[in-house]
Design a protein around this ligand. Sequence first.
Ligand code: ZN
Length: 471
Amino acid sequence: MQEKVNLDFLIKGGTVVLPDRVTVADIGIQNGVIVEISPMVSTPSKEIIDAQGIYVMAGVIDSHVHINEPGLSEWEGFQTGSAALAAGGCTTYMDMPLNGLPPTVTVEAMNLKLKAAEAAGTHVDFALWGGLVPSNLDDLELLADAGVIGFKAFMSSPGDTGEGCFKEVDDVTLYEGMKILALKNKVLAVHAESEEIIVALGERLQEHKGRRTPRDFLESRPLAAELDAVQRVLLFAERTECPLHLVHISSPQAVDRIWEAKRNGVDVTVETCPHYLMFTDEDVVRIGALAKCAPPIRGHREKEGLWERLAEGKIDWIASDHSPCPPHMKLGSEEDYFAIWGGISGAQSTLELMFDEGFLQRGISLPLLSRLLSEAPARRFGLLPRKGRLAVGADADLVLVNPDSPYVLQPEDLLYRHPQSVYTGRSFRCRVILTMSRGKIVYKLEEGVGAVRGGEWLRSNPAQMLKRRIY
Ligand code: ZN
């Protein structure tokens, strides 16, 4: 006798964002997987979610999040960080290897990271980046085999977080490391700023002239520092054939150089972050400490240029670079802006920012936004077709967005360890109302995050990783 099979969830009548179009449809979910998408699903369901007038999108995949555990749990942690991500519509995040002690530069450290994740629990799925630092060339292969999604390197100092902290690479380490990663077909993510330029300019401004204001900080990290590092690492990628990903690119000038390299066959992708699309240097001066980051937020021309490149498909994806710290590290006189810790806390707002500013205000299409927020990173890291888009057979990782639910973001809305963000006080027209991870509701606006933290570690599967550019 055939057993009657019911759906676990039926999401009814939502405006569904598919890879190639937006359409009103029902979505049937069973055992954590999407089993039906059609104008009218008639299979009986245990629960029905009425989504009329609501947008349904693939869950955000945030490839750039600093969770800081183990070692610096007071900055951010798996539990609080993943709660904030779930509330922002994110269903998979990738933890960056620095700002934890020890940083993820050996398999031993990676296992400590996994232990911390297991102890805290995570509301949604996650993957781990490993690090490339001057001391660990011999560890790269082992880390790759252990399942890191890719590697991160800094061309400029990431800042001192204590003994054993993450260090920037010299050019030789970078080049040698990329040769090893090319053989393992692992993506190297690079923070591209010239250490030589920013150290020299920073010292000159601070020591000789005593200048330490936000403006001086911006002046100490000019566009030339980003462009110099981008060109250098693009050259190394061309020579080594190492898959390269440029993180948090702040300028259209850098995007253009990366695009040109890509057209010439270099295996490279590029991300930018919401803060480079939402703010200008004037805002940094006005906002102060909460807007300090590196590379710094640029001028109006750069901001608008990034939006143009994004609309043209020249930026591969958006990541938050959620980089929180305890509030006291963001205090201090604005007159000594160099001493304030850099990093922007914002992962909970990524989708709402892009939906509001990108779609509602600037008319960027939702399939493109969904590609930028979910599909492109999923593809790059071998998570497609399981994750990254709404499709039959994919994990039921999705988010419901009310396009007409205006609110002003308050600290009490934030689920980070420290409820501070550069986006508090901002008006949003849209709002994430529900997030589902593998068919389980992990966040509801009225109820907050669920009690169960069932997020899983996604080991990278090198066999699935694409070798060539993604468009
Ligand atoms: Zn970062």
